[in-house]
Design a binder for this molecule. Structure first.
Ligand code: SF4
Length: 222
């Protein structure tokens, strides 16, 4: 994971079933790199091979979750009725991309418009909470606690601003070269949704956070 906060998250009661944690361990990207180096594996000398299933079939929509605005763009790909290539290009320029602290934009949806905000960096969330409390309506608000999104997470190797920009660009390149761009077109995902997840989607995939102590609230999570 790019995220140190997920270590805390995995220990929370919301992620336990009958007292047993759903996740055994959370390893950050930095820790994984250290483990690989310590084990003596030299990546450059490895013969390329296919990724283990079920992780070998991915969609570009899943890949862009790693950069701020990516979750929003993936959702818009899912709900958009224009499933053509030009539809993808349109959504790429709709206002979700870019590292600004807050982006607000409208997206046509049938005979309505979706009012959307994308927040990059937890401290900017305060600037959107005010208008929401004052009654401004949003159909979707994405908040990435780390400025720039998970590519800049605390579990990632340190890099200066240029490196963060390159990571975001790398994510968009990986997306544009994916053979599957929308999550609903990933056959593994549809099989999961129609199979073992059926009837349990909300219970297994969505989390509702209750009220926690001040100490717990200090840990930021999206
Ligand atoms: S943006 Fe959220 S999930 Fe991603 S690394 Fe930061 S805290 Fe973790």
């Amino acid at each position: 994971m790019p995220c140190t906060a997920k270590k805390f998250e995995a220990e929370r009661d919301e992620f336990k079933m009958d007292g047993m944690p759903n996740v055994d361990a959370v390893i950050t990207t930095q820790e994984l790199i250290r483990m690989i180096k310590e084990s003596g594996v030299i990546f450059d000398e490895l013969a390329p091979e296919a990724v283990d299933m079920p992780f070998g079939t991915i969609s570009g929509a899943g890949v862009i979750f790693g950069v701020t605005g990516g979750v929003t763009e993936a959702v818009l790909r899912r709900v958009s009725s224009n499933k053509s290539r030009s539809g993808l290009l349109q959504l790429a320029n709709i206002g979700a991309r870019g590292g600004e602290g807050i982006k607000e934009f409208n997206v046509p949806y049938g005979d309505k418009k979706l009012h959307i905000a994308v927040v990059s960096g937890l401290r900017n969330a305060e600037n959107i909470i005010g208008p929401i409390k004052a009654g401004e309506h949003f159909d979707l608000v994405e908040v990435m606690a780390c400025p720039g999104g998970c590519v800049c997470g605390a579990g990632q190797p340190f890099t200066a601003a240029e490196g963060k920009h390159d990571r975001a660009e790398g994510i968009y390149t990986a997306d544009s070269t994916s053979s599957i761009r929308r999550s609903e077109e990933n056959p593994l995902m549809t099989a999961l949704y129609d199979g073992i997840l059926k009837g349990h989607i909300h219970e297994l995939l969505h989390v509702h956070y209750g009220t926690h102590s001040a100490g717990e609230r200090e840990h930021g999570n999206d």
